[in-house]
Design a protein around this ligand. Structure first.
Ligand code: PA5
Length: 447
């Protein structure tokens, strides 16, 4: 059976294989530290062996809720921000029909998202749509106090209660939060909502395999068993028992750190399959929040090819040479579609007649890789056999464990995000939140 594979040979022209191998001991120590919980942020490494801890009855719980909503509601609105929504969205958008919203009546509720911005127009338009549909809410916040989802939940809860009545609304609200603390926990207990617990030792961006990701994905009809099985398989491939050369996560972490040391300070995650666009959003949060601190860290960027070859392609080919690329390549597509032949050949495409679209895409992929390498952009390949739950499970666990290793190689705590507080403090001061009086006074002097 095929699995995720990584190929770093297209970085050797930029950084010696020896330089990458120099990280061997440190990478092995980092993996040990993640498993033994002896590294920085060791209170938040519960995700490391999570794939082996998800029992069938836990999955059955999510599926029970999903069964209850199937056929009952058109939409599940996932309310959360950052790690509290990106994982579910990345998996769902990779698996769902691209035009599912236009497909008429659905077997499973469609996912909609709220609480990941403070867009008044966004929320108003969402309410406009929800007025004509049945829906349930999954409000997700580990801290239970994050402003964006709290605002969205207040508005959507009010809308739902007015639509179906307070008592009925209770049965359509699921809260996913801390076991004991936070405003959301308090509210859920008071109101009697169905709740799921986010484990204490798992931070938002590593939480896709907790109820944060699993509950919405179950409601959307995805196969949780295969998702978890894929992650479990990748856990085996990247465990402390695997040698450095055979461990794809250690190799990825070492390679990107070696590139960083040569001045490659931006990593661009590229894909050639539009279904993976949100996987890149999830990846950017994972790496950006985990590594960007203490004035260090690779800047994670992303592009969708071939679309962005007609925009960002110019920069990647000829702009500042501080970038490297990691391409997620998918071996097999879900469909087969061939380019037809035409008698008059006015568009001069007959040289492609009877060829699969994916053949053209793959040649675009290979051509781009070689062009970018020639242009001074090292390339890491991450290949998955196809897009399904199993390989997405492999891919996400691969990126998570590699991120933990990479953060340790960089010398930072990959499990905190102190920098996120700065904007919140200013926003609360500007909004005159009780308790921020002194900050309000000070900030007013600056504006
Ligand atoms: O990775 C993280 O910890 C963050 O991105 C959080 O997921 C995000 O800030 C949302 O936090 P919360 O779940 O507490 O609302």
């Amino acid at each position: 059976m095929e699995n995720l594979r990584i190929d770093v040979s297209k970085v050797y022209g930029f950084v010696d294989k020896k330089k990458i191998n120099q990280y061997q001991a440190a990478a092995n120590e980092s993996i040990e530290a993640l498993y033994q919980k002896t590294g920085k942020g060791n209170d938040f490494v519960g995700w490391v062996n999570l794939p082996t801890r998800i029992a069938a009855d836990e999955i059955a719980e999510y599926e029970k809720v999903a069964q209850g909503l199937k056929g009952k509601v058109d939409f599940l609105v996932v309310i959360g921000i950052g790690g509290s929504y990106l994982g579910a969205r990345a998996v769902h958008e990779a698996l769902a029909h691209t035009f599912s919203f236009l497909k008429g009546k659905h077997e499973y509720p469609e996912l909609l998202y709220a609480g990941h911005n403070i867009g008044e127009d966004y929320l108003a338009e969402l309410l406009e749509i929800l007025a004509h549909h049945t829906y349930a809410l999954a409000v997700i916040s580990k801290s239970g106090t994050t402003t964006e989802p709290a605002i969205a939940f207040r508005i959507l809860k009010d809308h739902l209660e007015k639509k179906v009545g307070k008592e009925n609304a209770k049965d359509l609200i699921i809260a996913i939060t801390d076991e004991k603390k936070g405003a959301l926990r308090k509210m859920a207990n008071n109101e009697g909502y169905k709740t799921f617990v986010i484990p204490n030792d798992i931070g938002g961006r590593y939480s896709v395999l907790t109820p944060v990701g699993l509950l919405p994905l179950a409601v959307a009809g995805h196969d949780l068993h295969n998702l978890v099985a894929g992650a479990r398989q990748m856990m085996e491939f990247t465990s402390p028992l695997i040698s450095f050369e055979e461990n794809p996560a250690a190799l990825y972490a070492a390679t990107r750190n070696a590139l960083y040391q040569t001045g490659k300070t931006t990593e661009i995650l590229a894909n050639f399959n539009p279904k993976l666009a949100f996987m890149a959003e999830w990846w950017k949060q994972l790496y950006g929040e985990s590594e960007g601190k203490e004035n260090k860290g690779i800047f994670p960027a992303s592009v969708n090819f071939t679309t962005d070859l007609h925009s960002m392609g110019q920069y990647i080919q000829e702009g500042m040479r501080n970038i490297f690329e990691t391409v997620i390549s998918v071996k097999e597509t879900g469909y087969t579609l061939r380019i037809p032949a035409e008698t008059d050949n006015l568009d001069e495409l007959n040289y492609l007649a009877n060829k699969r679209i994916d053949k053209v895409n793959k040649m675009a992929d290979l051509g781009t890789l070689l062009a970018h390498v020639d242009g001074g952009v090292p390339n890491i390949l991450v290949e998955i056999p196809e897009i399904n739950e199993y390989y997405l499970g492999q891919l996400m666990y691969f990126f998570e464990i590699a991120c933990g290793i990479s953060g340790y190689l960089l010398g930072v705590n990959p499990f905190d995000q102190p920098g996120v507080e700065a904007y919140k403090k200013n926003m609360f001061a500007l909004l005159e939140k009780p308790g921020f009086e002194e900050a309000t006074r000070k900030i007013r002097e600056r504006i």
